[in-house]
Write a protein that binds this ligand. Structure first.
Ligand code: G6P
Length: 516
């Protein structure tokens, strides 16, 4: 058993404690080793002074309190001079003001980063897993870098594990080969678990990957493999069945391959819902929502719809603009009475598909504002400004409607953030049926097919006209889901499943939910 090095009660919130308890119940010597491409803390130089940046939200922020309590090790890519200086060839203790776990950085040179991150991860696996096969690019040189970097991560895990049987938890598509390297070449008795944050595509898409066999072989070195939804698990079983000489048992959710068993389970990722609601209630959030209206001259009786996305072609931002244009075109009463706020976050800009998307969005916003705007109304407010968690929560809270319309998305946490931030008069969530979140939130959201422009336009108008009682009823359903399945429940469920795998306990499948 792992001994929690600090009192569980030192961490706020029952759900965090539950996650810590589950992590602490695992067999294996030493606390868990988390392995991810992105790091939980980054060091930076500002005017010659070293400062530390924490992720504003997301998975790394949620795992951090758990890691602080179980005193684990985190292996991640270290990216700047300050990271390197402070690490001094070894691990750095974090958080800086209360050091409680090791952050061990993996250093990559420009060629490695190009091939591993910008190449195979983000131009082969990313479009492939989002079933956007036309965008899939493959180069042998990228693949070689991807293999080399996975080896480097695996070696770093080995040096982080001071004992022979660690529990190693890999995150995401950057690291599909590392589990096999750890298990076969470095630490044969490690317990390996992996969570895949992207959709898993159907076999018909996956088969185009020229290294399909190696990817599956790497992932099947894990004892436990998690996806967001049962559908992604089913796709994974199909891909294994049709590609490898493996025995797939869909009833027990296990795969026998090369003499070992991998248990495959759905674990839907959530957010820190309590923190999000608290931020939405803060005076900073309220002040921001009010100030934002003033800054952009959004009149009191003008409704606000919001979109918040990393600038990625999977997010369906341009189709969303098509739908909004359709609303203003066919229902002129919304001109001057509906403002759409799109908050974008620049991402992976050195990949042409991403930089071109950014340019197209700039042009599109200008064209819509030119076409419909008046002296006292700007239809689309577009900002790429970084917002604090409180301000973002204020933006959500102040919006009458959220448009979360990806063409494909593993889960989509923006949908959940919007829900948790509806702390007073609730708005409406318009949600794509092609986001993993639709499986859970489909009952309370306005579910749409983002390819059907008229249907999305209808959903926007319906959402804006929805009576308060109906909005409240729907939001209550959504809010319960988002709080019950928060990120700490996600962590706890995975560590409990890992414990079942370790002890050979019978698996109890989760209750079946309606799928859309
Ligand atoms: C997705 C992936 C994450 C990734 C994030 C941001 O959510 O699943 O692993 O960190 O996108 O992308 P970036 O390339 O900036 O890490």
């Amino acid at each position: 058993m792992l001994a929690a090095s600090r009192e569980v009660v030192a961490v706020t919130g029952d759900s965090v404690s539950e996650a810590v308890r589950a992590a602490s119940s695992l067999d294996g010597d030493g606390a868990p080793i988390v392995v991810s491409n992105r790091q939980p803390y980054s060091h930076e130089y500002e005017d010659g002074e070293m400062s530390v940046d924490r992720p504003a939200g997301g998975l790394t922020a949620a795992l951090d309190p758990v890691m602080q309590t179980v005193n684990g090790t985190w292996v991640a890519w270290g990216s700047g001079d300050a990271d390197r200086d402070v690490s001094d060839g070894g691990a750095v203790r974090v958080p800086p003001d209360d050091p409680s776990y090791d952050l061990q950085r993996v250093w990559l040179d420009d060629d490695q980063l190009e091939g591993y991150y910008y190449g195979f991860s983000n131009q082969t696996l990313w479009p492939l897993c989002h079933s956007d096969t036309a965008r899939v690019r493959f180069s042998t040189a990228d693949w070689e870098q991807y293999q080399a970097v996975n080896r480097q991560f695996a070696e770093s895990v080995t040096s982080a594990a001071d004992r022979q049987e660690p529990v190693v938890w890999f995150q995401d598509y950057h690291l599909s080969l590392a589990p096999r390297i750890v298990r076969e070449r470095l630490l044969p008795d490690a317990f390996c678990m992996h969570f895949w944050h992207l959709p898993w595509p159907g076999w018909d898409s996956f088969r185009i990957c020229p290294r399909a066999v190696s990817i599956l072989d790497g992932l099947l070195a894990n004892d436990l493999l998690g996806f967001h939804t049962p559908e992604y698990c089913r796709n994974f079983f199909d891909c294994v069945d049709r590609t490898l000489d493996a025995s797939v048992d869909r009833d027990t959710g296990t795969i026998r391959y090369r003499g070992d068993t991998t248990t495959v389970r759905p674990f839907r990722l959530g957010i820190d819902a309590a923190a999000q609601a608290e931020q939405a209630r803060s005076s900073a959030a309220e002040a921001f929502a009010r100030g934002f209206r003033d800054e952009w001259d959004i009149g009191e009786d003008t409704r606000v719809a919001v979109g918040v996305d990393r600038l990625d072609y999977t997010k369906g931002i341009e189709r969303r603009f098509d739908a909004l244009e359709r609303v203003w075109e066919r229902s002129p009463e919304w001109r001057g009475k509906l403002t759409f706020v799109q908050k974008g976050a620049e991402s992976r800009s050195s990949i042409p598909a991403y930089s071109r998307l950014q340019d197209r969005i700039d042009d599109r916003v200008a064209a819509i504002n030119e076409r419909f705007g008046t002296d006292d109304w700007q239809p689309v407010v577009y900002t790429t400004e970084m917002l604090s968690q409180e301000r973002l929560a204020g933006l959500y809270r102040g919006a009458d409607l959220a448009l979360v319309t990806p063409v494909r998305d593993g889960m989509n946490l923006v949908a959940k953030e919007y829900v948790a931030a509806q702390v007073d008069d609730p708005g409406t969530l318009v949600l794509s049926g092609f986001a993993g979140a639709a499986e859970e939130l489909g009952d309370g959201a306005e579910l749409v097919n983002p390819y059907d422009v008229d249907a999305v336009a209808d959903a926007v108008e319906r959402g804006l006209r929805m009576p308060a009682t109906e909005r409240q009823r729907r939001m209550q359903t959504l809010d319960e889901q988002v709080h019950e399945n928060d990120v700490y429940a996600w962590i706890a469920r995975q560590f409990r499943a890992a414990r079942s795998v370790q002890t050979g306990q019978q698996y109890e499948p989760p209750p079946r939910r309606r799928s859309h």
